[in-house]
Write a protein that binds this ligand. Structure first.
Ligand SMILES: Nc1ncnc2c1ncn2[C@@H]1O[C@H](COP(=O)(O)OP(=O)(O)O)[C@@H](O)[C@H]1O
Ligand SMILES: O=C(CO)[C@H](O)[C@H](O)COP(=O)(O)O
Length: 551
């Protein structure tokens, strides 16, 4: 059957493993969320820049949330299951047991998280090779990708981890293996994080050059030698054991998975935009930029032909929308940066108390506080003399410079709630300026972007959304379903079930436009000036570093 014909009672389950929590949703054929559940997951930071998780803890959380969302329905109506997750590195031994990725030998912590920056020396050496695979990651490999992390394990944990390892998975692929027993990898993970080419496969010379010839010798069995497109059905579906864990029947179709940002992209980018007065209505889907904003932000732009954007990951073929090339810009910390700035301020306890008294989140409270203190002027104008450079965890795109740091200029002696609110606003604006910088780099290389499609936790913040519209000068589309990443995961399940003929068809039927936020064009001159300051900040930071390096 094609998804055009609505069959009653056909459901899909999407599971989204973010940095801070696992979420699941029960979704119908129109992309409507019928049930939602979430569960926090553990994170360890045993040393600065080392970030670890546990695959057993994450799987247990997947089971809790999946059981919750199917409660009360006939589980035989669940037709497909799709997973997405952060691009973290999971390490298992030859019998599929967790192996420690830390010096303490704690095997519970068997995941090196995506934002872990331990492999700085390894990534420098990889970049020094100037190997041709680097063309497909924006010219510079990120410390957040898998090759440097693997090299770090070989160089630092040879006996306790490297020699014993049987399987290195991207987290989304670990989940689909856990559900089905199939070790095939998703094209999405391997292309985006592991240097695999959709057209040419693995490049032996790359792994030999960087000192990981071990993978070539055993025909890539530890990192994946069977590769499937996202949404393809895996093996015989859910194994009886996984089915019991998840509260679903054995044999339910399970899809080859996606990285979380890519699932968000699928959840939003294909929506039917007719009737909203948007310029992208008459334009190809390549004029849309999906921005997935959670702990980090990812900027997903697609094209018919490969576009090489310096400092922006890709071009990756078929890694998100089949048949299209993908460029992925990103900011390593966005939600995490906002949390950091707000929670680290002296007035945070006062903010928490006041927000709790009103039963509001601290962000809803801050947004209404800004509205109060802005008086007659637009809220964005409160930061005329306060500017932030947001790269507190290095720059992912388009400068691809992990040595960059955060900057704030315009600090005063006051530490009250007004001061905290304005610092929060300047941080949100800095993140939006970072998006503008990424879009400019993508456009200079050949993309033509007219509309932003935002999703992820930060898209629930109206100030964040408005600032993205005002600062980029583009309309921002929010989906009808706030949890669009989960719609993306459910689209995978729907494709694996065979209910839709293609990912494109499922995208068009299951993602829907909700709210449209237009830019306040009358404020453009102010933001153009702030953007000039923004660019000066990084220029000056580089000058300071050069001065300090000199004699
Ligand atoms: N209702 C909300 N209002 C404002 N910010 C929010 C809201 N919900 C989540 N966030 C922000 O979104 C970020 C987390 O987004 P999420 O998509 O859940 O992250 P992840 O997928 O990385 O786990 C947090 O840093 C938080 O500050
Ligand atoms: O690199 C990425 C996608 O390619 C993401 O930044 C990473 O997966 C983390 O996502 P999130 O911020 O939603 O937790």
């Amino acid at each position: 059957m094609s998804g055009g014909d609505q069959e009653p009672g056909r459901y899909y389950v999407g599971v989204d493993v973010g940095t801070g929590s696992v979420r699941a949703a029960l979704v119908d054929q129109r992309g409507v969320l019928l049930a939602f559940a979430d569960q926090p997951i553990n994170k360890w930071e045993p040393q600065f820049s080392h970030h670890e998780q546990s695959s057993e803890d994450i799987w247990a959380a997947c089971c809790v949330v999946t059981k919750k969302v199917v409660q009360g329905i006939d589980v035989n109506q669940v037709r497909g299951l799709g997973f997405d997750a952060t691009c973290s590195l999971v390490v298992l031994d030859k019998q599929f047991h967790p192996l420690p990725v830390n010096l303490e030998g704690d095997s519970r912590r068997n995941i090196i998280m995506w934002l872990d920056h331990r492999a700085v020396s390894q990534v420098h050496r990889i970049n020094e090779t100037q190997h041709s695979v680097l063309q497909y990651v924006g010219g510079v490999m990120s410390v957040e990708m898998q090759a440097p992390k693997l090299l770090w394990l070989k160089e630092n944990l040879r006996e306790t981890c490297w020699d014993k390892a049987g399987h290195f998975f991207d987290l989304p692929d670990f989940l689909s293996w856990k559900a089905t027993g199939v070790t095939a990898r998703s094209l999405c993970s391997l292309v985006c994080k592991w240097t695999y080419s959709a057209e040419k496969g693995w490049d032996d010379s790359f792994w030999k050059t960087i000192g990981l010839e071990d993978f070539v010798a055993d025909n890539y069995s530890k990192i994946g030698n069977q590769v499937l497109p996202p949404g393809a059905s895996l093996g015989n579906g859910l194994t009886p054991e996984a089915a019991k864990d998840l509260g679903l029947p054995a044999g339910v179709a399970v899809a080859a998975s996606l990285i979380d940002a890519h699932a968000g992209g699928l959840g939003v980018i294909g929506a039917d935009v007719r009737g909203h007065g948007l310029s992208c209505e008459g334009q190809p889907v390549t004029s849309r930029l999906a921005v997935i904003c959670g702990t980090s932000s990812c900027h997903m732009g697609i094209s018919r032909d490969p576009i090489f954007v310096p400092g922006v990951w890709g071009p990756y073929f078929s890694a998100m929308v089949p048949g299209f090339w993908l460029n992925e810009g990103g900011q390593s910390v966005t939600g995490k940066l906002i949390d950091h700035m707000v929670q680290g301020h002296a007035a945070f306890p006062e903010l928490q108390a006041k927000a709790a008294a009103r039963c509001q989140s601290v962000y809803a409270y801050l947004n209404s506080h800004l509205d109060l203190i802005k008086k007659a002027q637009p809220v964005g104008f409160l930061t005329v003399d306060l500017h932030v450079w947001p790269d507190f965890h290095g720059n992912r795109s388009p400068l691809a410079d992990l040595t960059l740091k955060g900057m704030v200029t315009g600090l005063k002696l006051s530490q009250d709630l007004d001061d905290l609110a304005i610092l929060y606003l300047a941080t949100v604006q800095a993140i939006a300026f970072g998006t503008r910088l990424i879009i400019e780099a993508m456009e200079a290389a050949g993309h033509s972007v007219s509309t932003l499609f935002l999703c992820g936790g930060l898209s629930k913040n109206p100030l964040f959304v408005q600032m993205h519209a005002d600062i980029t000068g583009m309309p921002v589309i929010l989906s009808q379903e706030v949890e669009s990443v989960l719609v993306g995961a459910a689209i995978l399940g729907a494709c694996a079930s065979g209910d839709f003929a293609s990912v494109q068809e499922a995208m068009a039927k299951m993602s829907k436009v909700g709210k449209v936020v237009f830019p306040r064009l009358e404020d453009k001159r102010y933001y153009d000036k702030k953007y000039k300051v923004f660019l000066k900040l990084v220029e000056h930071q580089k000058e300071y570093a050069a001065i300090m390096k000199g004699d």
